[in-house]
Design a protein around this ligand. Sequence first.
Ligand SMILES: Cc1cc2nc3c(=O)[nH]c(=O)nc-3n(C[C@H](O)[C@H](O)[C@H](O)COP(=O)(O)OP(=O)(O)OC[C@H]3O[C@@H](n4cnc5c(N)ncnc54)[C@H](O)[C@@H]3O)c2cc1C
Length: 324
Amino acid sequence: MKIAVVGSNTIGAYIARKLSESGNSVDLFERKPHIGKEACSGLFSERIWKYFPEKVSIVKNTITSATVHFPKKTMKLDLSPKMLVFHRGDFDSYATDLAVKAGAKLHLGAFAKLKSHDKNLVTLETDKKEMEFDYLIACDGSVSTIRRELKLPDPHFRLGIFFYKPEESNSSFFDVWPTKKGFIWKLPRGKTTEYGIIEEPDTARKLFDVFCDKNSIKQEKLISAIIPMGLVKPFYGRIALCGDSIGLTKPWSGGGVLWGLIAADILVKTFPDFNMYQKQLKSLFSMRIARSNLLLKAFPLVPYLQYFAPAQIHFDADWGPKPF
Ligand SMILES: Cc1cc2nc3c(=O)[nH]c(=O)nc-3n(C[C@H](O)[C@H](O)[C@H](O)COP(=O)(O)OP(=O)(O)OC[C@H]3O[C@@H](n4cnc5c(N)ncnc54)[C@H](O)[C@@H]3O)c2cc1C
């Protein structure tokens, strides 16, 4: 079958590789002239190696715990599995190289637009050139062009902002400060240290500025991007969507790469039965997202609830707290 994949970051590249390996003809479109997302901390659990051949040379640091700073108390999260810090651009390039090696045709600097689609064919337009495909997979990120062209609903949006400080640190724990509807973090990345925030778009910058001022942290060049949240409809006709384009990020952290890869695997295994893809996504993620949203609503109560928090818990960054 002839398949177009739009967006060549980790999720799109993974799907392009898997569909190429199973004998399909895959064209992979990336609107940027180079591969790699800039606005991402690149913190993934060790489960990342279930999806890619292990390449430890691109790991910048390993994180085994996090300290959550409530206003009057701290809580330690023992992270299992461990978390690995990557340069996100390096990881996207690695994933795309593997897709190309598997046979996917990469089109760089190619902004793909949906020209038309019916029950037999999908037509894409890039640089005024039209190309026809049996199926289209959109991995084109949080403000997905394809989702909007299909008039599918948007997920909820939060905002992520961060900067790198030239402070070397190979520490194995990172710090977290809960805010009203998100959190601020300090992440040791080897040669640098990263400070960032995820919050509602209208308050993120202000809360981040106040935090940095209060702690005498001088901000460097800020990098920011929208983080979607909440699973939206993942297909229409012969077109399926995956990753940020369907809002698939962990509600408690905004991390989207592992959940995106889990969804990508479901998509590849059920391909081209997109009804089944949707069904399996919903059964795996919908309840988890709903439960986490309820917990997030309790965030403003943190100053009162902190006293009941245990001093230490086991935490699986992909699925949440684990019993001792
Ligand atoms: C500040 C911040 C920090 C984050 N930190 C983490 C983290 O530590 N760990 C984690 O797991 N997640 C993190 N995330 C979330 C993570 O970055 C996303 O969930 C993940 O990148 C989603 O991957 P994706 O492939 O779906 O989309 P994206 O990575 O956004 O990739 C979409 C790609 O599609 C391309 N594209 C878009 N439109 C078109 C088009 N029309 N034609 C061709 N190409 C197109 C884009 O150029 C882009 O390359 C963070 C996000 C932010 C904003």
